[in-house]
Design a protein around this ligand. Structure first.
Ligand SMILES: Nc1ncnc2c1ncn2[C@@H]1O[C@H](COP(=O)(O)OP(=O)(O)OP(=O)(O)O)[C@@H](O)[C@H]1O
Length: 265
């Protein structure tokens, strides 16, 4: 379970994230959608305790991330696949993480196999990896500690179609076995295929949330049209879906969808 409770992050006059509240539940994949600069990464970094909040509270498994006893064993995080030690091999990077988490070395081989890196690729230095290989390594690192929760920022970036399908199956299986997945993306069709629930952020504010099915059926639009309307700040006549499921489908109300002076950039 992940809870964002009125999260706000300001940088000077800029409200990167304003009053953002949502939940991601066990057994579900929650897609976190928004255009460039909407505040997805900042929100995810606040959830993981990497960016201090200006106000609000973020809980993962009922606690602030930094208070988790062994975070790597509880929460798998992939925030920036490009930011991995270039001089280590993939296998070495995973071995260091495994050691820090107190995991047996064989778990490294397990996750290398799981994410589809060949032994030869795993023994190459990360600086020679493609973005897709870095994503697979990042996912391997996130899965290493057999966590209950996954927080993944744009994990499908750089993956080829087979890789995207692999990722979708992996996330679905993870959720089906009771895990919680929060997945940010701007690959709308991909999110529509994998996410049970969707939270849409625009200009640092939540502009819609609910089950994927309800958001699409109640708006009468496909996800792409809905997304563009919500995040362009011109959503005026959208229906207000009734609460459904654990995360109520909220308005994406006209005023919340419009940039305010506080959050306009
Ligand atoms: N450290 C920082 N200092 C100042 N502004 C920042 C900082 N980090 C993020 N921002 C600003 O906050 C806003 C939200 O950025 P964020 O990276 O969270 O968006 P995003 O939705 O993840 O975008 P993208 O899809 O392009 O990665 C942007 O305007 C960004 O420039």
């Amino acid at each position: 379970m992940i809870t964002a409770d009125h999260l706000t992050r300001r940088y000077g006059d800029l409200t990167a994230v304003g009053n953002v509240s949502f939940e991601a539940h066990p057994g579900l994949v929650t897609g976190f959608l928004g255009p460039n600069g909407a505040g997805k990464s900042t929100t995810m970094r606040m959830l993981c305790g990497l960016t201090p909040v200006t106000s609000g509270i973020a809980h993962v498994l009922g606690k602030p991330f930094r208070e988790l006893a062994n975070p790597g064993r509880q929460v798998g995080v992939l925030l920036d696949a490009a930011a991995q030690h270039p001089g280590r091999t993939g296998r070495e990077a995973l071995a260091v993480s495994a050691m820090l988490m107190g995991l047996p070395r064989r778990r490294v081989d397990d996750v290398i196999d799981l994410v589809g890196l060949t032994p030869k690729e795993a023994n190459r230095r990360v600086k020679g990896y493609s973005l897709g290989m870095r994503q697979r390594l990042g996912i391997a690192n996130a899965l290493l500690g057999e966590p209950e929760v996954l927080i993944l920022d744009e994990p499908a970036n750089g993956l080829d179609p087979a890789g995207i399908r692999w990722m979708r199956d992996l996330l679905r299986d993870f959720a089906r076995s009771g895990g919680t997945v929060l997945l940010s993306s701007h690959l709308l069709h991909e999110v529509e295929k994998v996410a049970d629930e969707i939270v849409v952020i625009g200009h640092g504010r939540i502009v819609a949330q609910g089950t994927t099915r309800d958001l699409v059926s109640q708006s009468g639009m496909d996800l792409e049209d809905l997304f563009l309307q919500l995040t362009s700040g011109v959503a005026r006549d959208l229906p207000r879906p009734a609460p459904a499921g654990p995360a109520a489908a909220v308005p994406a109300g006209p005023s919340s969808a419009r940039p305010t002076r506080e959050n306009a950039r």
